[in-house]
Design a protein around this ligand. Structure first.
Ligand code: ZN
Length: 179
């Protein structure tokens, strides 16, 4: 059977989100992390590529090749489905912003109450130069835009404190209610 995994299961019914970092096959129960799913896709691509060099020009080979190609598409679809689905629904529970004086950078960590995808973006770096904050605000990613705005607010508040001769805090936590 094409595409057998190490345990002999081709994960025919796809993979399902199971916990923050694991996707499970409902048939065999095997759990794969994000890198594992990507590897699983690459395995099918490799099989197809190897078949190309073997069967060129033969009628039977064409059919086998098509089947291998279909398996590549099927696995990619599973992968894209896992990557895409959660982004629209997951909203961060908490965003921690820490200013690193030496590098002039805000390090942002995004936390989810129940992460739905191992691809959820967890960390961003935002450069601060003078009054300006670069990046993120114009990002196509909703969460990145949100974080960019919050960093902007924090940066502005810190600047005001400094203008008043006060020592601004280096860290700030934004909770879901503020996001
Ligand atoms: Zn399986």
């Amino acid at each position: 059977m094409i595409g057998d995994g190490a345990n002999g299961c081709a994960h025919e019914e796809g993979l399902e989100f199971s916990s923050s970092a694991v996707y499970r096959c409902p048939v065999c129960g095997v759990g794969l992390d994000a890198a594992g799913v990507e590897r699983w896709v690459r395995e099918a691509e490799k099989e197809r590529d190897e078949a190309y060099s073997l069967v060129e020009g033969e009628g039977f080979g064409e059919i086998a090749l098509q089947e291998l190609q279909r398996e590549v598409y099927r696995r990619r679809k599973v992968l894209y489905g896992l990557q895409e689905a959660p982004r629209a629904v997951s909203r961060p529970e908490m965003v921690l912003v820490v200013y690193e004086e030496r590098r002039g950078v805000y390090e942002c960590s995004v936390y989810y109450e129940s992460p739905r995808s191992a691809w959820d973006t967890k960390r961003f770096s935002v450069e601060a130069a003078g009054r300006k904050i670069s990046g993120l605000r114009s990002s196509t990613d909703l969460v990145a835009r949100l974080v960019g705005e919050k960093v902007g607010e924090f940066h502005e508040a810190r600047r005001e404190l400094r203008d008043e001769g006060l020592h601004p805090p280096a860290r700030r936590v934004f909770y879901a209610s503020e996001l």
